[in-house]
Design a binder for this molecule. Structure first.
Ligand code: GRG
Length: 293
């Protein structure tokens, strides 16, 4: 019997164990890595990996390495995103951002090390076959690299200088920066459950993941425009203060919310077509859109 809290708990313990790193060269580096991963994160992407695997009838345990890996990549992206040369954010998850606490040099290096740790976590996962490790590593590298997450982030940085003019461009950016990791979460969950990258199940989960990712990002834009700083654990209204065009700038708050719900509904329809029980994935997707932070 699985539920989302139980899975979240397993992921939390697993991450904590993986971050018990002996400090060889720099204790600040290791501390900064732990500081950036452990804490009040929602672990949405990691839980999605496990929930997908469980939905196909496999055990959570086998999904833990890719689940940890995606959370490590996510943590690295947030550390780098908060840096003065990027979003220049002083707070993250209700506490000073990594560079505010450890300085930019250690924050950059902690992000770099978290990224490498993500891939070694997958590549050394004894509970996965060599093919599954290779497939998960390829999926995560593709989603987090130049083509998607980093590419989307570069586009977002350009957007601060007014380079993005319409909603299509904004959605392309969202799909890369945020959506790709959600897609990778569901894809890796399918791989762990035994499906190859050219299978129908993989393709279907990939489509659902993309929809959930966009719904999540639209909700993020909506919350940024409407929520209070205490609620978010990071500065509210950051997008408009930075002169950025979020979905709210193009659509207004109400339509942004409507679109998030529309993407959620489309994801749920896709999930229903799967021969498996994707209830947990669906519940988590709903949480993504109905969250308060
Ligand atoms: C620096 C290469 C590089 C990439 C950064 C994801 C990203 C790309 C930047 C984050 C900027 C941001 C706040 C985007 C909005 C969506 C988002 C990723 C929110 C944070 O994720 P949550 O809500 O955070 O899952 P927790 O703290 O719960 O893990």
């Amino acid at each position: 019997m699985h539920d989302l809290d139980q899975i979240r708990h397993q992921i939390e313990s697993d991450l904590e164990a993986r971050l018990q790193l002996a400090s060889v060269h720099s204790s600040a580096l290791v501390e900064a890595m732990k500081y950036s991963v452990c804490g009040t994160a929602k672990r949405v992407r990691a839980v999605l990996v496990c929930a997908t695997t469980v939905g196909f009838g496999e055990d959570t345990y086998r999904a833990l390495p890719p689940a940890a890996a995606i959370e490590l990549i996510h943590a690295y992206s947030l550390v780098h995103d908060d840096l003065p040369d990027m979003d220049d954010s002083d707070t993250r998850r209700g506490k000073p951002s990594c560079h505010k606490h450890y300085g930019s040099t250690i924050a950059i290096l902690a992000g770099d090390a978290l990224q490498a740790l993500a891939f070694s976590t997958i590549l050394e996962a004894a509970q996965l076959t060599v093919q599954q490790r290779t497939d998960c590593a390829a999926v995560l590298a593709n989603a987090s690299g130049w083509r998607y997450m980093v590419g989307g982030q570069a586009m977002d940085m350009e957007l601060m200088h007014g380079a993005i003019h319409d909603l299509d461009q904004l959605f392309t950016m969202h799909e890369g920066k945020t959506g790709a990791l959600f897609r990778a979460a569901l894809e890796m969950g399918a791989i762990v459950a035994g499906f190859s990258r050219d299978s129908e199940q993989f393709e279907t989960m990939s489509k659902a993941g993309t929809k959930i990712g966009v719904a999540f990002q639209l909700t993020d834009d909506f919350l940024d425009a409407t929520a209070e700083v205490e609620q978010l654990g990071k500065p509210a209204g950051a997008d408009s203060l930075a002169g950025k065009k979020s979905a709210v700038a193009f659509l207004g708050t109400e339509e942004t919310r409507n679109r998030a719900i529309q993407y959620l509904d489309e994801a749920v329809e896709i999930l229903k077509s799967i021969d498996g029980d994707m209830t947990l994935v669906q519940r988590l997707a709903e949480e993504c859109v109905h969250r308060q932070r």
